[in-house]
Design a binder for this molecule. Structure first.
Ligand code: GH3
Ligand code: MG
Ligand code: MG
Ligand code: MG
Length: 311
């Protein structure tokens, strides 16, 4: 539960009002819906499907209220298109239409709509239905996030790391681009817990995770908690030499935190040992080989005295 609240807090921080997109060719319908929602939501409008698509390319609405009959592309075709696009497929779409034929309603669900409101409607009912769908969306977003993010540190969890490693392995194999992996382990962390307590140990792990994440600056670079006090960084399209530079940056970044660790072997501060492995054309080997190679270098760093990078 603690993790759940941590993530819920993270989602709620500075959360802006939900963004509704109203798509309807009739300005009077748009005005009616705008009047219903403007006090609690940010309401944007589009008068045809092309405008709606252009809007979704710029911003991602939290929910779309969609007319069915419009000149040009109709609402069902628009919904179908949105559902095929990975960037837009999770946006709940509610059809708002004068068509009341049950077959029409069925078609609305078949193209991926979550609800179907027939005109004329009651403002309070429309409000309630939108509220319900937004609540469901928030809950599913939270669950998805909990499935992918480490609750303690906020970086990717092991599940997400494993999934992305497989994906990047195949992608780099196809493109011939290199792929690199950095494994990081906090030095003498058992001693840290023993001296400062597990609560402080958790604070330390969060700080280390933040320092690691700060070094990940490309959009596809991934920092993950691999387990316990071990972290992993996946660097697509990065050759071994580049990963070594990143690893040195991470090792120095953790040192620069200057977190007191009186029982550390070196300098009285928290340090990490780092192992690096890179591969030019991933396709010939299995992906676990990259993890094994980085792990072997990490253990070499431990053997050679900790607080260092090996690769
Ligand atoms: P080395 O330098 O060889 O890595 O020594 P170490 O003590 O860091 O290695 P070891 O693997 O023996 O100990 C890891 C410790 O990390 C033991 C475990 O209690 C602690 N640990 C793992 N996960 C967590 C966590 O989520 N919170 C806290 N506070 N401690 C954790
Ligand atoms: Mg219409
Ligand atoms: Mg360890
Ligand atoms: Mg350790």
């Amino acid at each position: 539960m603690q993790d759940f609240h941590y993530l819920a807090d993270r989602l709620a921080i500075d959360a802006p009002p939900p963004l509704l997109l109203v798509v309807d060719d009739q300005p009077s319908n748009i005005q009616t819906l705008y009047a219903i929602f403007k006090d609690r939501y940010e309401v944007c409008m589009a008068v045809n499907s092309a405008d709606a698509l252009a809007f979704c390319a710029r911003r991602t609405p939290d929910l779309i209220l969609l007319d069915v009959v419009m000149p040009g592309m109709g609402g069902y075709a628009l919904c179908d298109l949105l559902k095929r696009d990975p960037r837009n497929c999770d946006i709940p779409v509610i059809f708002v239409t004068g068509n009341s034929d049950p077959l029409d309603e069925v078609q609305g669900f078949e193209v991926g709509g979550v609800d179907f409101i027939a005109k004329p409607f009651h403002a309070t009912v429309v409000r309630a239905r939108v509220h319900t769908q937004l609540t469901l969306k928030r809950q599913s977003d939270l669950l998805r996030m909990m499935a992918l993010i480490d609750g303690l540190t906020g970086v990717a969890n092991r599940r997400q790391f494993d999934t992305l490693l497989s994906g990047e392995w195949r992608r780099c194999g196809r493109s011939g681009q290199p792929l690199s992996l950095i494994m990081i382990d906090v030095d003498h962390f058992k001693r840290y817990n023993d001296r400062y307590g597990h609560q402080q140990g958790d604070v330390c792990l969060r700080a280390v995770a933040t320092a690691i994440k700060a070094a990940m600056r490309r959009p596809h670079d991934l920092a993950a908690r691999y387990g316990g006090e071990e972290f992993a960084c996946l660097l697509p399209d990065t050759a071994f030499e580049g990963a070594l530079v990143k690893a040195a940056e991470i090792e120095a970044g953790v040192r620069a935190l200057a977190l007191e660790h009186a029982d550390a072997a070196l300098g009285g501060i928290v340090t990490v040992s780092v192992g690096v492995a890179g591969i030019g054309a991933p396709s010939q080997l299995v992906e676990t080989a990259l993890v094994q190679a980085a792990d072997a270098q990490l253990y070499r760093a431990k053997r050679e005295g900790r607080a260092r990078v090996c690769g």
